[in-house]
Every structure is written in C-alpha cells, then in structure tokens.
Design a protein around this ligand. Structure first.
Ligand code: NAD
Length: 366
C-alpha cells in the first residue's frame, strides 16, 4: 500500500514531468473552500496568441487524473488553433466535481476571478459539464470569456458549428477512402448523442446515411431513433457494428488496442477530443489496419473557429464558412500522411507544430 506522503510526492513529480513532457508553460491550481471550487487551468503554448480553451467540469477519480486530462486537453487546443490558422494559443481548465450537484453561481464566479487573475493569458469558454449560462456567471468576474449567448453579443452554443466541421470532415475522409464524398447508403456508428452528436445526425441524415447510436441518455437515444431512424445499440456494442464510419462524439481515449481490434469500420471521424488513448501506439495501429483516422483536433475545430469569430463581430455564416476549410486541411493532411509514411495524427501534429515554429521565428524579429 502506498503511503499518503509518497502519493503526494508522486503527484508532484508527475505534475512537473507532465508539464515538461510536452513543454507546457503553466498550470494554475485554484482552490476555494467557501464555494468548494477545485480547478486547474493549464496553459500549453501562447506563441500564436492567448491560450483559449473551454472549462470542463468532471467527477475525476483523483487529482492525478484531472492533471493528466487538463494537460492533454490544453495541448490539443494549441494544435487545434494552429492547424486552423487562428492566432490563439492552447489552454484548458478543469473543475473537479459533479456538474449536476456541485455547481453554483458563486463557484463559477469564483472561478471567473481566477481566470481574471491571469490577465488575458487564458480565455475560457464552455465545455463538457458547463453551459453558456455558467459562462455568463464567469463573465460577471472577467472579460476573458467567449461563447456567451447570442443575446449578449456572443456566438452562443458552438456545438452546431462543431458538428458541421465534423460533417465536412467525414465527407473529406470519404473522398480520400472511396474516391467520392457521397455518403448515401453508408452506415455510421455515432457514440454519444449529446450537443454535437445530435446536430451531426441532422446533417448526415439529409445525405441518406443510416445510423447506429449509443448513449446513456435514453431521451437522446429515443430522439435519434424517432427523428433519424437510428438503430440504438447498448453499451460498448457500438464498437462491433458493421458501420463503415465510426464517429466518437462522447469522451476521449476510446480508440485503443481493445477497440481497434473490434472495430470493422474504414474511417474514424468524430467530435471527441483526444480520441486516441496513446497517439504513438494507436495512430500507427489504425494505419496498419487500414482505418483512415481524421485527427480529432482538426476535425472538431468548428467550435473554436466559432468562438474565435466573436473577436471580429460574430456572424454565424462567417463561422460556418471558415469551418468549411476543415475539408481542405484534412485532405492535405491525408496527402502528407501518405507522402511521408506517417500516421494521420502525426501528420496533423507536424503541420500544427510547423506553424507555431514559423510564427515564433517571425515574432523573434524586430
Ligand atoms: P455533451 O456532453 O453534450 O455530449 C456527450 C454525450 O456523450 C452525452 O450525451 C453523454 O451521455 C454521452 N456519453 C458519455 N459517455 C458515453 C459512453 N461511454 N458511451 C456513449 N455515450 C456516452 O458533449 P458535446 O458538447 O456533444 O461534446 C462531445 C465531444 O466533443 C466531447 O469530447 C467534447 O470535448 C468534444 N467537442 C465538443 C465541442 C463542442 O462544440 N461542443 C467542440 C470540440 C470538441
């Protein structure tokens, strides 16, 4: 059995090891006993601009898990902004707690004050477990927040735009795999019928796609079945269907050795962040199995593109137009991956890192 002091030491070591592994700039630990706030804000890289990333509220099993998640997610934001051509850095926040029971106005406003203390180095937005209403509370304490309701001059819920980006990304993937972007008659397994998943069904339904869907939310499943004729599958049976495309739209880490072994699809393209449990292992494994993988931070960038357009005076049609570029970028990533014999996530990472490196050189000159 591990002693408490040893566990604390491990946590501390892991935190700095984690920060160094991918060169994170900063992590802020936010604690407030009065409101019960326990949060972490991780800033990965601010070469391109202030770090922007949503605030996730989640019931983590332990602190180490929260640290790992916030480091992974913030790094993903750096790449997402870079590959999408946005002048933003990468950051993310996690609040440890149950979003249904532990959230309050005071907690969100206290969190907002921590965000404000960073002086604009970190800009927050909603994410899993937080809503536009929560961001209104955060906004009472700081201006460094995006994704406010449209009535307050913001872009509102970014999920429909994220879903649109995934939709065009699926088309680009189909074109690469089958030589045509037509999806008529194809079967797509969508894991997670939440804010993004449901909008994705709406887009794909118009193209004559058939669906398998899974979620824990019975209402969402019933809606998917009634509106879009989706076939509901239970639990992890979503990995065993005969769908040609698998669209993960729940949480990360679900593309791993076990699920890759089970999946019969030819394309994986979905909204979830950090889909590959381990990029270095599972990226090549997918290539070996002949499954085309749409890098998550590229295909799900619509939400970030949407909030970014708040800076230039928000118009949803502009956000949609900019999101359409995901098709071209993804096509060029697939080409790069073939040319260089590297897996698609590595190709996307390479392109994102190159832009950061190039702009860092530009900024180092007078
Ligand atoms: P959401 O919370 O609205 O939906 C997630 C859904 O997944 C929920 O309905 C939940 O019940 C379901 N779910 C959770 N675990 C599951 C499991 N094991 N099997 C099946 N279903 C499960 O979240 P969202 O906004 O739709 O986002 C979905 C994913 O896309 C997340 O990973 C999020 O980080 C990512 N993402 C979202 C946006 C956005 O604009 N909302 C942008 C970029 C990335």
């Amino acid at each position: 059995m591990i002693e408490v002091s040893e566990l604390k030491n491990q946590l501390q070591t892991n935190m700095f090891e984690g920060l160094s592994e991918h060169n994170h700039e900063q992590i802020l630990v936010c604690n407030d006993t009065q409101t019960g706030l326990k949060a972490l804000i991780a800033i990965h890289n601010t070469t391109l601009g202030p770090g922007l990333g949503g605030t996730r509220m989640w019931m983590y099993h332990n602190e180490a898990e929260a640290v790992r998640d916030v480091l992974r997610l913030s790094r993903g934001m750096t790449y997402k902004a870079s590959i999408s051509g946005l002048n933003l850095g990468g950051a993310k926040a996690v609040i440890i707690g149950d979003s249904h029971h532990d959230k309050s106005e005071a907690l969100m406003r206290r969190f907002g004050r921590f965000v404000n203390n960073l002086g604009g180095k970190y800009i927050t937005a909603e994410d899993v477990g937080t809503t536009t209403k929560d961001m209104e509370y955060v906004n009472m304490e700081t201006d460094h927040v995006v994704g406010l309701p449209e009535s307050r001059g913001g872009g509102g819920d970014p999920s429909p735009v994220t879903a649109y980006g995934v939709y065009v990304g699926i088309k680009a993937s189909a074109k690469r795999k089958w030589g045509t972007e037509s999806l008529t008659g194809k079967k797509i397994a969508v894991m997670g019928i939440g804010k993004v998943g449901m909008h994705l069904l709406e887009y794909l339904h118009k193209d004559g796609v058939r669906f398998y869907v899974s979620d824990m939310n019975e209402d969402a499943l019933n809606e998917a079945a009634n509106r879009y004729g989706a076939q509901v599958v239970t639990g992890d049976e979503i990995f065993d269907t005969d769908a040609e495309i698998f669209a993960p739209c729940a949480l990360g880490g679900i593309v791993n050795s076990e699920t890759i072994d089970r999946l019969k699809c030819e394309i994986i393209a979905g909204a979830a962040n950090n889909q590959l449990e381990d990029e270095d292992i599972h990226g090549p494994m997918l290539t070996d199995k002949g499954i085309l993988y749409a890098p998550d931070f590229l295909i799900n960038a619509g939400g970030l593109i949407n909030v970014y357009s708040e800076y230039t005076g928000y118009h949803r049609e502009n956000a949609i137009r900019d999101t359409e570029r995901i098709y071209e970028t993804l096509s060029s990533i697939y080409k790069l991956s073939d040319e260089e014999g590297i897996h698609t996530q590595a190709a996307a990472t390479k392109l994102a890192e190159k832009r950061i490196h190039d702009i860092m050189l530009v900024k180092s000159r007078i």
